[in-house]
Design a binder for this molecule. Structure first.
Ligand code: PLP
Length: 458
């Protein structure tokens, strides 16, 4: 009892819920509706489970929103952070260096697609994207060339800062900001699941990108997600990144690959670029970099990009950009420990990915499941009103929440995006744990069926 009180900061679960409602403004959360959800207040984690203030344990089926790798309280990562804490928690990278950030940069350069020899640290994925966009524009500006637009893809997501939102504008979510955004061009992403033919979706997308690059001489870079995560897990077809690399070479624009969500084993390989055998000019990484422990992200750049920022002081070629916690030693130490463990985990991933696919397959029979999409450990199960037409539920019907609420009651935390239930367990989940989680998920879909039927008939 004493231990539980300490866990709760000396408060009761009810106190914490009340204080949360009174003071904490949650991200991406409609706050009026949140009040009624009795959201779990997390107290501790152990492996792939997390416990709430009431003492209930749940599987962490979102990997703490797509970033946890080996589970929680991993002895090696805990030890690396404690060890670093015994030296120093933070020192700045502005004009000085620290040991973990140097060692991590060396390791990242070894692991990343070849040629990405420079590491610029930030502390979240959007920050890594902002840095990449600014680097791309300044890369040209430093050569006296005015190219200020970035070509992106429809339904992309690169984070929530204004620059990142500028290359991935959503008319609904970003309505108040539309006047502040620069109107970067976008072309269709090759959506395999809705296109009758994946080859034609791929070709149409590459052709559209090619046309834009041909027509405009103000494009600094192309930015792409190898798998569109926030759009509902849309894996791009094989050949897409390779095709984009070729187009960028042909038109001499930079290629920014945003691997914030896909990096560090999430799609089954270290980076999603790896199977395509390509290297971007700028690579954005974050989320899984520290195993899901601490906020470290980075933008990796080639020497070609980096060299454009060298010059005499009065030439002002410097990248005048940075954050207070850039290169945080605790975070970099966690990342080094995570990468050490990830090496032995990577060979186990293909078997687990196959198991996941087999476990989710029965859901194809569910009367309201329109599509199941998977890229490694990223899975999205899309609900539809009508399987024949593919017609979706309206946003306000919150259909996918019926499933995720049922999963939570059964001990699995998952979160929908629109009509898509996103299931993204930690890579370190054992086969038994994956089976337990997917069993709960299937039960949750079954439990939600009557309410979904009611939505359709009502
Ligand atoms: N880029 C991609 C592809 C993402 O999926 C995300 C987050 O989900 C981000 C960038 C933004 O990362 P962060 O939430 O750490 O700012």
């Amino acid at each position: 009892m004493v231990e539980r009180k300490a866990d709760l900061g000396g408060r009761t679960p009810e106190d914490l819920a009340r204080l949360d409602a009174a003071h904490v403004w949650h991200p991406f959360t409609p706050m009026r509706q949140y009040a009624g959800t009795r959201a779990p207040v997390i107290v501790r984690g152990e492996g792939v489970r997390i416990q709430d203030a009431e003492g209930r344990w749940y599987f962490d089926g979102t990997s703490a929103i797509w970033l946890n790798v080996h589970g929680h309280r991993v002895p090696e990562i805990d030890a690396a952070i404690n060890d670093q804490l015994g030296r120093i928690a933070h020192s700045t990278l502005l004009g000085q260096a620290n040991v973990p950030s140097i060692l991590l940069a060396e390791r990242l350069v070894e692991l990343a697609p070849s040629g990405l020899d420079r590491v610029f640290y930030t502390d979240n994925g959007a920050g890594a994207v902002e840095a990449a966009i600014k680097m791309a524009v300044q890369f040209w500006a430093n050569q006296g060339i005015d190219r200020r637009f970035v070509l992106g893809f429809t339904d992309n997501y690169h984070g929530d800062t204004l620059g990142a939102v500028g290359v991935a504008t959503d008319d609904l979510f970003h309505a108040p900001f539309l006047g502040l955004l620069p109107g970067h061009p976008r072309v269709p992403y090759p959506k395999r699941f809705r296109a009758a033919d994946s080859d034609s979706a791929l070709q149409n997308s590459l052709d559209a990108a090619d046309r834009t690059l041909r027509e405009r001489d103000d494009i600094a870079a192309v930015i792409v997600e190898p798998v569109q995560g926030a759009a509902g897990i849309i894996p791009s077809p094989p050949g897409f990144l390779k095709g984009l690399r070729a187009l960028c070479d042909e038109h001499d624009v930079l290629l920014i690959v945003d691997e914030v969500a896909t990096g560090f084993g999430r799609t089954g390989t270290m980076f999603a670029c790896d199977p395509e055998g390509i290297a971007p000019d700028l690579l954005c990484i974050g989320k899984g970099l520290t195993g899901g422990y601490l906020p470290v992200a980075a933008t990796l750049a080639t020497d070609r990009v980096f060299d454009a920022f060298l010059g005499e002081i009065d030439e002002a070629r410097t990248f005048f950009h940075g954050h207070s916690y850039t290169g945080n030693p605790l975070g970099c130490a966690a990342a080094l420990a995570n990468l050490g463990l990830l090496e032995s985990l990577l060979p186990q991933l293909p078997g687990k990915v196959e198991l996941l696919a087999a476990e989710l397959e029965p859901l194809t029979e569910h009367p309201f499941v329109g599509d199941i999409r998977q890229a490694g450990f990223m899975t999205g199960i899309e609900l539809v009103r009508d399987r024949a037409t593919g017609e979706g539920f309206a946003y306000r019907e919150r259909a996918a929440w019926l499933v995720t609420d049922a999963a939570r009651e059964r001990g699995l935390l998952v979160r929908p995006i629109g009509n898509v239930v996103i299931f993204m367990p930690p890579l370190g989940s054992t086969p038994d744990e994956l089976t337990e989680m997917t069993t709960i998920l299937r039960e949750a879909f079954a439990a939600a069926t009557p309410a979904l039927e009611e939505l359709v008939s009502g």
